[in-house]
Design a protein around this ligand. Sequence first.
Ligand code: PMT
Length: 234
Amino acid sequence: ALPYDLAGVRVLISAGGTREALDPVRYLGNHSSGKQGYALARAASQRGARVTLVAGATSDPGDPAAVTVVDVDSAREMQREMTDRAREADVVIMAAAVADFRPVSVAGAKIKKGDSGPAPIVLDTNPDILAGLVTDRRDGKIASETVIVGFAAETGDEHGGVLDHGRAKLRRKGCDLLIVNAVGGGKAFGTEDNTGWVLSADGRETGLPFGSKTLMASRILDEVAQLVPDGRVH
Ligand code: PMT
């Protein structure tokens, strides 16, 4: 039986990839399917949480029962929804693959082939949503007890390199938990299965068994539940 340890806890999750428009028909995107974030939403809801899912582009994993789903497109839209809704959350989990860059401008009409060859795509930096949430919590815009969880998608061959990057990212982003996935070579993005580690700001490191994204979600929520103060029911 599933533990019912998140009863009444307000959990906000981002899932899927952002799309950064180039023109009315084209965008820069990534291979996130949303499956990991959706699995988290479903598992949290089954454990009694009140779940809101902010979903970018997905391979349509099917909306989970009893979960509020908010669809977004770009990183900046996702940032608005996550930042506003984090004020009403006890736990925030950033499982989305957010584009770090976006085209500086969006052409009003479809870009034509032209005579002078392909036009360069000039990029601007997107806001870091996760880092912004941590700053908002520090500045008191988000309750200090709010648990903030990030993911890290790291390419690398051997586990040591991936974990080292994860540890550095945990310190840099300042969240409470960081879920490290090894990606690249067909891993994690778009797959049914996943594996990795949960790194916690207090130095604990827990390996996650290879298995379905549902199993991964339940192991992650075991760690999250330990950080949620007792009696946090709204
Ligand atoms: O969707 P699936 O196909 O199921 O695949 C799942 C997944 C591999 C996408 C997921 O498990 C995952 O790892 N998500 C995070 C991917 C990512 O963007 O990692 P990152 O190392 O670039 O970013 C680190 C963290 O900062 C993430 O929590 C990310 O959501 C967040 N971020 C990143 C950039 C940005 N501009 N703003 C952010 O908030």
